[in-house]
Ligand binder design. Structure first.
Ligand SMILES: *[C@@H]1O[C@H](CO)[C@@H](O)[C@H](O)[C@H]1NC(C)=O
Ligand SMILES: *[C@@H]1O[C@H](CO)[C@@H](O)[C@H](O)[C@H]1NC(C)=O
Ligand SMILES: *[C@@H]1O[C@H](CO)[C@@H](O)[C@H](O)[C@H]1NC(C)=O
Ligand SMILES: *[C@@H]1O[C@H](CO)[C@@H](O)[C@H](O)[C@H]1NC(C)=O
Ligand SMILES: *[C@@H]1O[C@H](CO)[C@@H](O)[C@H](O)[C@H]1NC(C)=O
Length: 473
């Protein structure tokens, strides 16, 4: 660790006229892009995410041409392994973890940083910064660049340049980074030389280009806006110092021990502890402190929801509760509904269909001679239609038909009506024993269908903001 912390001497006074103006000879651009390709191959190959390229040149057309040249070379050599996309104004589905920034000056970096948005760039991701400066770069400039990156908490940075002021060999390629937390220093932003590549040499495999930088805070303080909300976060005073307890507090104490940081608490008081995100872009409460940077984080049973996520990044969710709706009991069945409930619509349709067919056949037979009717109904059995309904409702036949065909028909009809009636009575008996009410509404869809009004507290309304049909009511 200490070896890496070779702190560069600020060699800023010398302002000798530049003799190192690009265009460098072919070989040096080759070396430069080879070094970049080696870094990309080692750290940026991923099957799941693409690498975003952002480019900015402010000095002149020539540096832009050099950047395009370098890009051509690295795309040619690595496009089999790495998927690239170029930064564009469209918001991607996820912020990009792997980023390559090409710029030629401090101003160019500023212009890239001014477009940085957490929707597009994952600040905790890997950033490969390629500096194609036409003139030698001062260490102080480099430091300013890193200070600006630290303002966004971007720490996994490797800056590649071949043009440093104060180094003997102009052809050397230098890789810089910074370590925000070092022993006896907090948020100490100073360029650190990670590795130096002489021309025609290979990247040393033992050099860790993206070492963990936030695994030891060396006792530096973190400011936390805490909301006293038992049992999640509780603020306790121990020996004049405020400590956090509770589920989140204990977790935080453990993380503080692991990462070696101390914390100070800003206790949130007043009505609006947690804070809101207003439509007009202003904030209140703890959210406001975080957004303004007065505190570094906040704790206090924060729920993850749309508008908050747009203002703050959350930790992992550790607790999920269901949203509950209280609904009125179902209304009682009417007498008519009770009568029809035992059978479903299909059964009722089929029953009516059979009966209708029977009635239809009887109607048709009216146009046939007596002999045919006698064959079907049997002799002297009276009105056929009346008999049909009589058997249907379980009445008795006073005179049974004499012929075999008619008897068979009658038997089939009797049997079918017997089965249907038994089923109906059995089913009705079961229904009458059960509750006399419709079952209550049990899904959002049915609430929707029943057009029930919603009553919610202000806080809860925030959760359903994304469901406009609920919000309307
Ligand atoms: C990517 O996927 C290929 C094939 O499934 C696998 O061989 C390779 O190891 C993966 N690379 C990484 C970096 O996960
Ligand atoms: C934590 O930080 C303090 C202050 O810099 C240091 O003395 C101590 O060794 C660190 N502890 C660990 C485990 O690194
Ligand atoms: C934004 O709206 C909130 C509440 O509607 C109000 O309190 C606040 O003053 C407004 N801020 C600005 C900058 O308009
Ligand atoms: C934490 O907040 C303080 C301001 O209270 C700020 O100076 C410091 O840079 C912040 N630390 C980080 C890591 O953002
Ligand atoms: C049935 O509905 C009535 C009126 O809506 C209600 O008073 C009663 O409590 C309900 N019964 C059950 C068992 O839900």
């Amino acid at each position: 660790m200490k070896l890496l912390l070779v702190i560069l001497t600020l060699n800023t006074v010398s302002t000798k006229p530049s003799t190192l103006l690009l265009p460098p000879e072919e070989s040096s651009v080759d070396d430069f892009s080879d070094a970049i390709v080696a870094i990309l191959r080692r750290h940026f190959v991923s099957n799941h995410s693409s690498t975003m390229i952002t480019q900015s040149s402010k000095v002149d057309d020539h540096t832009e041409a050099v950047q395009l040249d370098i890009l051509d070379r690295i795309l040619l050599q690595t496009s089999n392994e790495i998927a690239y996309i170029f930064s564009n104004p469209v918001r991607p589905r996820r912020p990009r973890f792997f980023n390559v920034l090409l710029f030629d000056s401090y101003l160019a970096l500023r212009s890239i940083l001014s477009q940085l948005h957490p929707d597009k760039y994952d600040y905790s991701g890997y950033y490969l910064l390629i500096l194609t400066a036409p003139r030698p770069v001062f260490s102080r400039t480099l430091q300013q660049m890193f200070i600006d990156l630290w303002a966004y908490n971007i720490v996994n940075v490797v800056l590649v340049t071949s043009n440093m002021e104060g180094h003997d060999s102009a052809q050397d390629i230098a890789l810089f980074t910074y370590f925000p937390y070092v022993e006896h220093h907090c948020e100490h932003v100073h360029p650190v030389l990670l590795h130096r590549l002489a021309p025609f040499s290979k990247l040393d495999p033992s050099v860790d280009l993206f070492p963990p930088k936030l695994s030891n805070f060396h006792g530096c303080p973190i400011r936390i806006a805490a909301v006293d909300y038992p049992p999640y976060t509780m603020i306790e005073s121990v020996g004049g110092r405020q400590r956090l307890r509770g589920m989140e507090g204990d977790m935080l104490n453990m993380i503080a021990t692991l990462l070696n940081f101390t914390y100070e608490i800003v206790e949130m008081t007043g009505d609006d502890h947690w804070g809101q995100v207003f439509e007009n872009g202003s904030f209140s409460g703890a959210v406001k402190l975080v957004v303004e940077g007065t505190v570094n984080m906040t704790s206090g049973c924060f729920s993850m929801r749309g508008e908050r996520m747009s203002a703050m990044k959350s930790s992992l969710s550790y607790y999920t509760i269901k949203m509950m709706f209280a609904v009125p009991p179902g209304r009682p069945y009417t007498a008519f509904e009770k009568l029809f409930r035992p059978f479903g619509a299909v059964t009722w349709t089929l029953v009516s269909l059979y009966t209708a067919i029977g009635a239809g056949v009887i109607f048709l037979l009216k146009f046939y001679p007596w002999s045919v009717r006698k064959f079907v109904y049997g002799r002297g059995t009276g009105m056929a239609c009346m008999n049909l309904m009589n058997v249907f409702f379980g009445g008795a036949m006073s005179r049974t038909p004499g012929r075999n065909f008619a008897r068979t028909l009658l038997f089939l009809w009797l049997f079918q009506c017997f089965v249907l009636r038994s089923l109906y009575q059995g089913s009705l008996f079961e229904y009458l024993q059960q509750s006399k009410n419709f079952s209550h509404v049990n899904s959002l869809k049915r609430i929707e269908a029943a057009k029930m009004p919603y009553r919610m507290s202000r806080g809860n309304v925030m959760y359903v903001k994304e469901i406009p049909s609920i919000l309307k009511r």
